[in-house]
Design a protein around this ligand. Sequence first.
Ligand code: GLU
Ligand code: MG
Length: 439
Amino acid sequence: MTTAADEIIHLCWSDYVGVTRCRAVPAHQYAARRERGLGWAVAGQALTPFDDIADNPWGPMLEVRQTPAPETEVRLDLWPGVPPFHIVLCESNTADGQGWECCGRRFLRDALDRLRAETGLGFAAAFEHEFLLTGPGAPRETPFSLAAMREAAGVAGMIARALTEAGVEPETVEPEYGRGQYEVSTAPAAGLMAADRAVLTREVIREAARRAGLCASFTPKPAPGAVGAGAHVHFSLLDDAGRNAAYDAAAPAGASAVAAAFCAGVLRHLPGLCALFAPSPVSYFRLGPHHWSCGYAAFGVQNREAALRICPSPHADPERRRAGYNIELRVPDGTANPYIALGALIRAGLEGVRAGLPLPPALDRDPADLTGAERERLGIRPLPGSLAEAIALMEADATVAGFLPPVMRQSWIAVKRKEIGMMEGLDDDTVCARYREAY
Ligand code: GLU
Ligand code: MG
C-alpha cells in the first residue's frame, strides 16, 4: 500500500544527450518549488549517457533553475503498491530568471518564435517511437504478427492505458519489424508540446514496461545485425486559425509554397543537421539505405527510403485531407534531444522559406538504386556514415552551426566528442549493448 507521504514529484528535463534527468521532491513540497524550480549545476549538461562527464566551460559553481512548465505535469496512479508516477518537465533559467542559452527547450522556443515572427505560422509535430522490450520473458514472437502483440498483451495494455491517462493521445501501439520491437505513435501537438509529448511518451512507456518487469530501450540499433529503431518526426505548419498551412491540393506533392520552401531548406542542410537528429555513434549503425531508416538527403511522396517523406491524408473530405497531410523526417532516433531536433528542423526550414528555395521533384524510387552519376544530377547527397563525420559536416555548414548559440555549440560538440572517444576501441556488439542499456 502507498500513502500520500510516499509521493514524490520528479522535475525532469531532456539534456544534450537526450537522457531525461531529474531532481525530485516530496509532492507536498512541490507548491513551494513550482515557481522558481530547483537548482542544477550547469556542468551537468556535459554528462554523457554513461558514467562520465565531458570537459566543460562551466566549473563547479554555476547553477541554473530547473523551472517547471506546469502544462507538462503528468500524474499516473495506476500500479498498486507503487507510488504514483508524477512528473513535470522543466525549462532551464539562469539565476536572474532569463532563459539559459544551452537549454534545449529554450532552443525550440526560440525557433518557434522565429518561425512565427517571419512567416506568421505555427508548427505541429508528432514522433513515432520505436523501441525494444527486453528483460526476463521479453516477447520474441514473429515481427508484425498478432502473436507478437498478444505475447506482449499485458505490457501493451498497460502502455496504452498509461499514455491515454497521461494525455499524450496515443494513436497506435503495435508490433514492429524486429523481434521484441514495438512502436507507439501519438497525435500531433503544436509548439513546445510536440517535444514535451515525445519526452513524456517515452518516459511513460519506460514506466509501464518497468511495472511489467521489462525494460523499454529506444536505442537506434540494439545489436549490429538487429532491426534499427527510429524516432521519425511527422510535421506540419499551422496558420492563425490552426489549419494546416503545409497543404495545397493543387500543388506538386500537395506541398504549399511555404511547405515546399521549408522542405527544400531542410534538404539543403540535411547533411549538416544529421549530428543533431542522429547524435550518437550508434546512430550510424542504423542510418543507411535499404532499412527504411534512409541513407540519402532525398525527398519523396510516400517514399520510405527518402529522408523527407510526404504523407498524404487518406481522406476524401477536403478538410480532413488538409488536416491529415504531413511531412515525415525519417533521420531522427531516440538518442536525439527532441527539443533540439525540432528546433534545428524549424531553423533549417525557415532558411528555405527565407531564400524561397525550390523543392526538387519527388523521387519515386530508392535513392540507393540510382547510380552515383544519377544521384549527382538530381542533387541527392549521402548522409554521413559516422557521428564524427556528421559533426564535421555540421561545423562545415555555417548556417547549421550558427543555429546553436556559440557556448551551446562548443559544449554540445565537446560532449559528443567525449562520447565518440568512449566508444573507440570497443567492438560493435559492445557499443550497441552500451547504448541499449543507456537508452
Ligand atoms: N525501423 C525503421 C527505422 O529505423 C523504420 C521502419 C518504419 O518505416 O516504420 O527508421
Ligand atoms: Mg515503424
